[in-house]
Design a protein around this ligand. Structure first.
Ligand SMILES: [Fe+2]
Length: 474
């Protein structure tokens, strides 16, 4: 760290070029051109987050773990569509804008920034920037852009930054994948850390007040990277794969994450009412980035927890190509009383961004969407071009080939709908040609895998990003 860090040449980094290349403009456009017809019974906003560095990164850039947050929004109403995009203006980004350049180093090349340049009350996380580019949710009327670790940033429905939001000091940091219980309105969240307590969980009530302050999970003895989790009606399910964080190595320029399969993967089942101690289930090492959903079946000692998710044999970027990483879509059945974990491999292929109808979070679902890959030559690592839907009832799968790169697909119920498939699938896609033009696709979920019923042209590029949500009017 004695040598000044060099600016990263973006053209040499796959995740800073091509369809990942950050954009430098913020626009507002209305009455976008539409191929097909926008459904009249779909009113609201689709917001999608992702990393979009404002300045060329210093030293290194690790996707998808760093970058300024940019949210792309697509609003639908009255058969018309409008689009806007905005950065989330964090304190770290404001400091870099004042300086006119990147100040922080990348995660692999931390730079000890002059605190004077950061201004008063800088964001937690220094010497790293842990920015809210991963997800965006709405809870208790607040739109929150989410990072992994620090508190979120509140934004408005029109994407203006309000400021850092820590629930009146009650939640000093959180994960990027909180779960909102559709029945109780509670938001359940967790946070891992590199120091004690290494793992906590907490609950924010439907009204936005913290009802369970961060509560340590007993039995966690070091810092593990944990990206997502699951809830059911009565349980919090935390799956702890052996991706161990090594801060000393990180600060010394070594590997920040170590894959330690000898530790196995451990699953904590915690009572949401806070009673008792976590029940731990130990199994062979595997990795999960994202869960589709979980729910309970049976009663008493026959109670089981069903969890659907893309299963990975290892944490890819921690094993650095020394071990081949394989993936499948899986259903796990957990028996918390007997400490059993059974895995059913539903389909042998790697997929990601699993979603269900959000009205069913923690409750039984039948259908799961993921994005998959046709393996066409134009795709680079981290890109997908297929929308895949699993019917977990029949064990079958349907595929739509987008012939373009597709991001996370979100289900939006039709106004007034109650059935699981009565609505639309929504996603941004980017063309495979040199234009890298962006469209917003809308599929009728009842007709899937028929082609989209409408495609909205977006008048600027929408770089590959991460997670989003559909927000109907309140
Ligand atoms: Fe994620």
């Amino acid at each position: 760290m004695s040598k000044p860090l060099q600016t990263v040449d973006q053209a040499t980094v796959a995740e800073l070029s091509g369809r990942f290349e950050p954009i430098g403009t913020e626009i507002d456009t209305a009455d976008l051109s539409v191929e097909g017809e926008l459904p009249r019974d779909l009113v609201g906003a689709y917001l999608r987050n992702g990393p979009n560095p404002r300045f060329a990164p210093l030293g290194s850039y690790t996707y998808p773990l760093e970058g300024d947050a940019m949210i792309h929004g697509l609003w639908l109403e009255g058969g018309r569509a409008r689009y806007a995009n905005r950065w989330v203006r964090t304190r770290g980004m404001a400091a870099e804008q004042r300086a006119g350049r990147a100040l922080f180093g990348g995660l692999l090349t931390p730079a000890f920034v002059d605190m004077e340049l950061l201004g008063p009350d800088p964001d937690p996380g220094w010497p790293f920037r842990l920015d809210p580019f991963i997800h965006v949710v709405r809870h208790a009327g607040r739109y929150l852009a989410l990072a992994e670790g620090p508190p979120p940033y509140e934004i408005t429905a029109e994407l203006a930054t309000v400021g850092r939001y820590d629930f009146a000091g009650a939640i000093p940091g959180m994960c990027a994948h909180p779960k909102i219980d559709p029945v109780t309105g509670e938001m359940v969240l967790f946070r891992y850390d590199v120091e004690e307590p290494y793992l906590t969980w907490a609950v924010v009530g439907a009204g936005g007040v913290v009802t369970r302050p961060p509560t340590p999970v007993e039995g966690v003895d070091r810092g593990y990277m944990i990206h997502d989790f699951a809830i059911t009606e009565h349980f919090v399910v935390l799956v702890i794969g052996p991706g161990v964080i090594d801060v000393d190595a990180m600060l010394g320029g070594g590997d920040a994450l170590k894959w330690q399969p000898e530790l196995g993967t451990r699953i904590a089942v915690i009572n949401r009412d806070g009673t008792g101690r976590p029940r731990w289930i130990e199994t062979e090492a595997f990795w999960v980035w994202h869960f589709a959903n979980a729910y309970e079946t049976g009663e008493g000692i026959d109670r089981r927890i069903v969890v659907d998710f893309p299963w990975w044999s290892a944490l890819g970027f921690a094993v650095k190509g020394t071990v081949p990483v394989t993936g499948c879509f899986a259903r796990a059945t957990i028996d918390p009383e007997r400490g059993r974990f059974d895995l059913d491999r539903v389909e042998e292929r790697g997929t990601e961004f699993p979603r269900v109808d959000d009205r069913l979070v923690g409750r039984p679902h039948r259908h799961v969407t993921v994005v998959g890959s046709s393996r066409r030559a134009e795709l680079v690592r981290g890109e997908h071009d297929q929308l895949v839907r699993y019917d977990m009832g029949s064990g079958t799968c349907q595929v739509f080939d987008c012939r373009a790169v597709v991001g996370e697909v979100v289900f939006a119920p039709r106004e007034g709908a109650t059935e699981e498939l009565d609505g639309y699938y929504l996603a941004f896609v980017t063309s495979l040609d040199a234009d890298r033009s962006a469209r917003f696709m809308i599929w009728d979920a009842t007709q899937f895998p028929e082609p989209p019923i409408a495609e909205v042209s977006i008048p600027q590029r929408v770089p590959n990003g991460l997670h989003g949500n559909w927000f109907p009017p309140r």
